[in-house]
Design a protein around this ligand. Structure first.
Ligand code: NAD
Length: 452
């Protein structure tokens, strides 16, 4: 008989309480095993992700496998250093006394992951949670079933079964899982479900990390190197057929640049994927018909895309599409696109771009292409986003040294590297005072005028 999710979670709590996941040597060993698991099964992973998303193997190798291996490589040797006591001075009034903080594991962590980077978004949070000494329950996405099944098989084969569990399923199973007690919930996905997760967590006062999405804008000004901007925007937007949380969602630029920029992005798209991207081995597909229909509904009804616009529902194909003549009230500007469609809108200048962005929910990422120092400062000081990239979309995602997370509607909390280690740790304050001399007695009642 298969274990229920309640039994699985209970087992993880027993293991955590027994101290299974605390020793540094155990943590390092699990990370080394995960490294072996991912390295030895590269082809299986690439194949599973291809079956789920039509994702080119090279994209899986770079944006999923390499990122997980890089995170392990960065985190594993640093566990001891990050866990070390941090001593700090006590106020004079408390002297003699000592104090320090220590990072302790939170306990049993639930990781709920989405389908768009089904391996990376499952394993990277796990790496940080393991480094911090936690047991982990993973709920991968039902919309990437091949990768989810592979993850379950490999995790049970490679990692310590006492400390890890995988629960498969869709809404009913996740709803059931969310009723179980956890010490932290790490959710990646859309904001609507994010609030469902947070509501469930609130019932048990469980802390959450919410890695959400939203519309990540790009601003390009006249000082920018237009050619480089176009190439990088095209790469950021059309990788994984646009299904990347930090992909450029729309571009703002000055009126005279709309056409030349659209032209250049279209040229890069043609260089990347040829005359017919449907035949390109470098271009992915939309995950399912539900997402396909949603995206097809965002294309202009008069068929007037600047470039692209072709679709094939049977093959879940939507061509890399650039839209100009877009009104801010159009449906394509009301929700995160999360597909290979790129609207370009005109604004008069950088100040207007900032106002446009600040009128909308805080984005997960914001990208600015400019050579102007003043424009850089304007965006850095007057906008808020999970991350801000100058001339560089997606770059921050690739570094374990940088926190990755959203703000406001795009999420709360962050991870990767030390930030992730801290996210999955409780920073415990420890104080210690000798019993002799008993100086604390000066604070005891009855009060004299000593502290005024
Ligand atoms: P999804 O549909 O795979 O959902 C994510 C997870 O939530 C899945 O495991 C799913 O089973 C679970 N889920 C779905 N409905 C639920 C419910 N009612 N109750 C409980 N759990 C439920 O993925 P998605 O949400 O379509 O993912 C796309 C979104 O995620 C986009 O908005 C994207 O920007 C965002 N995203 C964010 C990041 C990030 O790191 N910030 C990364 C990737 C994707």
């Amino acid at each position: 008989m298969s274990e229920t999710c309640e039994q699985k979670v209970q087992q993880l709590h027993c293991s955590f309480d027994a101290g299974v996941s605390r020793p540094f040597a155990w943590r390092r060993e699990q990370l080394r095993r995960m490294k072996r698991m991912v390295s030895a099964h590269r082809r299986d992973i690439e194949h599973a992700v291809y079956l789920d998303l039509g994702k080119p193997a090279a994209e899986t190798a770079l944006m999923e496998i390499k990122l997980v291996l890089d995170e392990i490589k960065f985190v594993e040797p640093r566990i001891g250093r990050w866990s070390r006591r941090q001593h700090t001075a006590m106020p004079l009034l408390m002297q003699p006394a000592r104090s320090w903080t220590v990072a302790e594991p939170k306990g049993v962590v639930l990781v709920i992951s989405p389908w768009n980077y089904p391996l990376m978004l499952s394993l990277e949070p796990m790496v940080d949670a393991i480094a911090a000494g936690n047991c982990v329950c993973l709920k991968p996405s039902e919309l990437s079933p091949n990768t989810s099944a592979l993850l379950e098989r490999l995790i049970s084969q490679y990692l310590d079964p006492r400390a890890f569990a995988v629960v498969q399923g869709a809404v009913p199973e996740t709803t059931e899982l969310l009723k179980q007690p956890f010490d932290h919930i790490f959710y990646t996905g859309n904001g609507k479900v994010g609030s469902i997760v947070m509501e469930a967590a609130a019932k048990q006062l469980t802390p959450v990390t919410l890695e959400l999405g939203g519309k990540s804008p790009v601003f390009v000004d006249a000082s920018a190197n237009l050619n480089v901007a176009a190439g990088r925007i095209a790469w950021g937007r059309f990788t994984n057929a646009g299904q990347t949380c930090v992909a450029p969602d729309y571009v703002l630029t000055t009126p005279e640049l709309v056409e030349p920029l659209a032209e250049k992005i279209a040229t890069f798209t043609q260089k990347f994927f040829g005359d017919n991207p449907a035949e390109s081995a470098s271009y992915g597909r939309i995950v399912n018909t539900k997402q396909f229909d949603r995206l097809a509904g965002l294309l202009p009804t008069n068929g007037k895309a600047f470039s692209g616009g072709e679709t094939n529902r049977k093959h879940l194909y939507i061509a890399p599409t650039i839209l100009t003549n877009v009104d801010p009230n159009d449906p394509v500007m009301q929700e995160e696109i999360f597909g290979p469609i790129l609207p370009i809108l005109a604004v008069d200048n950088a100040t207007e771009a900032v106002a446009f962005i600040n009128k909308r929910p805080k984005p997960l990422a914001l990208y600015v292409f400019t050579r102007s120092k003043a424009t850089r400062l304007l965006f850095e000081r007057h906008t808020s986003s999970g991350a801000l990239g100058f001339n560089l979309p997606l770059g921050h995602l690739l570094s374990s040294r940088l926190p990755f997370g959203g703000v406001g509607a795009s999420g709360m909390g962050s991870y990767h590297g030390k930030t992730g280690f801290l996210e999955f740790s409780h920073i415990k304050t420890v104080t210690s005072k000798p019993t002799f001399p008993d100086t604390l007695r000066i604070a005891y009642p009855p009060y004299r005028n000593i502290v005024r």
